[in-house]
Design a protein around this ligand. Structure first.
Ligand code: HEM
Length: 534
């Protein structure tokens, strides 16, 4: 973008070879774009030389302007005087962290909209701005493209590593500082003056990272970048030998290698104790045979943190082994799923794969416990993402409903549609408050008690979050009508999220199993730990 133009200057560019329009006070030269315009050239020509903001807003996502930024040749009006009003105004808005975001009702958590909260401090406010900028500039404009291409660019891993995001989400609220250089990341560089001083990092920072990233409105992109690392690396960090950790963790945190968690099989999903992939002892290692299915990032991951049977039947015979892509006998293929397209969901075959004993995670036949502990972490990740995706549906529906009219009335002014928005908002807010409460427990409760005391509530919370997501995706789709039935365009996010609902409601424990486990576990804890007489 360069110059400044008056309205009358713009008005003289109205022909097919020389066509300008004003949109939101910016001037666009669309002469070379007319023939490529998905809405056709005539409709733009009809508005040539004029302020077409109203017409533009009726048909497009605001993100379109960012994507086609190259067409912008300047602004309407006079250039600002040096140190003038424009600059000062921008700074004062940015500094007001008590209020952050677009102020769409319930479009962000309440502490973004002038509500007090006991959970957050300045470093939490800084990290939300840090991640939001990244999402707005480096992810959101490309989410549709990547999803259609069914992959995220590999350079994103490097970018997330440099930002400090990979390290921040790998340790489940604890920074794995021994395995990456704090000064190599823009998030933790500078000690006490860092965006987040490393010693202050807590589970709420991790929460904000996932919540803000989920604003991209694509579970596929989110899982493409963090789905494998978020669940495949923590068991190694927590239970792996020092040698295994030194060999694998730094490579993954630097974005040079990728990792995934391979547990689910064609015939064993939530029923982990009955998995059948087998690792037979041979020499100083194992020979692995079996299949894994629906493995996030499995199409490209370098490491597979894999659940295998090393002992007898049931939960006592399961171990975790790190299998490497380069080992002969490993093959993966992309699965065709209804959603999360860019996350690299794979079917994996292990055929006579020789794995050294050094690659076992923790102790032999203790894998079931490690997997169950990891599940709580995985489920909280799903909760945070699902609830923000639900929020995205609500935000998109309110924005669209505030401009689209039927029978001369804006959609948000039809009581029947406002009722849908209200039901969306109350569920999202309740889920968010419960999530904050549980995250607070992960900081304050003794670590050894967490798997026992929090397992039940986290299972119920997962069901709460995914049912909220399902409700919001459905209702937002109804509000968007046909636009949520077509891929891309104004209903892009809602259409995609609707296809992704099952990817949240099933993995990590289906809703049915979560609800049953949640209550069973809570009754057990109530009677054995709190003294309830039941
Ligand atoms: C800088 C100028 C413009 C750009 C970069 C642009 C870009 C696009 C893009 C990418 C789409 C595909 C749908 C989407 O992604 O949202 C689209 C559709 C469309 N555009 Fe534009 N557009 C511009 C200006 C205009 C103007 C001034 C009008 C005038 C009314 C207009 C009317 C439409 C219509 C009617 C559609 C089809 C919407 C649909 O499929 O429902 N566009 N435009």
């Amino acid at each position: 973008m360069s110059g400044y133009f008056s309205v009358s200057q713009v008005a003289s560019h109205t022909s097919e070879n020389d066509c300008w329009v004003i949109i939101h006070e910016k001037v666009y030269d669309v002469s070379n774009f007319l023939n490529d315009h998905p809405g056709g050239k005539k409709i733009i020509l009809k508005n040539a030389g004029t302020d077409a903001t109203k017409q533009f807003d009726a048909f497009h996502n605001p993100g379109v302007l960012e994507k086609y930024g190259a067409l912008c040749i300047g602004s309407v009006g006079e250039p600002p005087k040096a140190g003038g009003e424009e600059e000062t105004a921008a700074v004062s808005v940015e500094d007001d962290e008590f209020q952050f975001g677009d102020m769409i009702p319930y479009g962000d958590p309440s502490w973004y909209q002038q509500w007090g909260s006991p959970y957050y401090n300045d470093s939490h406010r800084r990290i939300r701005r840090y991640v939001r900028k990244f999402v707005d500039t480096d992810i959101m404009p490309f989410a549709h493209e990547w999803d259609e291409a069914k992959q995220v660019p590999m350079m994103l891993f490097k970018k997330c590593a440099e930002m400090g995001i990979l390290a921040a989400v790998a340790g489940n609220g604890v920074l794995p500082t021994e395995y990456f250089n704090l000064e190599d990341t823009t998030l933790f560089r500078g000690g006490d003056n860092a965006i987040v001083p490393p010693q202050d990092f807590d589970a709420f920072h991790g929460f904000i990272i996932f919540d803000e990233l989920s604003r991209c409105g694509s579970g596929g992109v989110l899982w493409g970048i963090l789905g494998g690392l978020g669940i495949g690396l923590p068991p190694i960090i927590k239970y792996g030998s020092e040698e295994l950790k030194r060999r694998i963790v730094p490579e993954v945190l630097a974005g040079r290698k990728t990792i995934c968690l391979a547990i689910t099989e064609p015939q064993a999903g939530s029923d982990v104790a009955n998995l059948t992939a087998v690792a037979n002892e041979m020499g100083d290692g194992f020979v692995v045979n079996g299949e894994k299915k629906w493995i996030t990032n499995g199409t490209f991951a370098d490491y597979f943190t894999t659940a295998v049977r090393t002992g007898g039947d049931g939960m006592g015979g399961v171990s975790l082994l790190v299998i490497e892509r380069g080992m002969p006998g490993v093959s993966t293929r992309q699965m065709k799923c209804s959603g999360v397209w860019s996350s690299g969901t794979a079917y994996i075959n292990f055929e006579d794969v020789k794995v050294p004993r050094a690659n076992i995670v923790g102790k032999e036949n203790r894998g079931f416990k490690y997997i169950m502990n990891n599940f709580n972490h995985e489920r909280m990740g799903i909760v945070i993402q699902a609830n923000r995706l639900a929020r995205v549906c609500l935000e998109e529906a309110i924005k669209y409903g505030s401009k689209r009219k039927t029978f001369g009335v804006k959609l948000v002014n039809h009581p029947v549609l406002r009722n849908k928005l209200a039901h969306m908002a109350r569920q999202i807010e309740a889920t968010h408050a419960w999530t904050e409460n549980v995250i607070y427990q992960t900081i304050t409760m003794p670590e050894e008690l967490q798997p026992i005391k929090l397992g039940g509530p986290i299972a119920l919370l997962k069901a709460q979050a995914t049912q909220t997501l399902e409700y919001c995706a459905r209702e937002a789709s109804q509000i968007f009508g046909g636009l949520a039935y077509t891929r891309g365009g104004q209903g892009e996010k809602v259409e995609r999220i609707y296809r992704e609902v099952r990817a949240y409601a099933i993995p990590g424990g289906s809703e049915e199993i979560m609800l049953d486990l949640g209550m069973r576990q809570s009754i057990k804890v109530a009677t054995s730990m709190y003294g309830a007489k039941l």
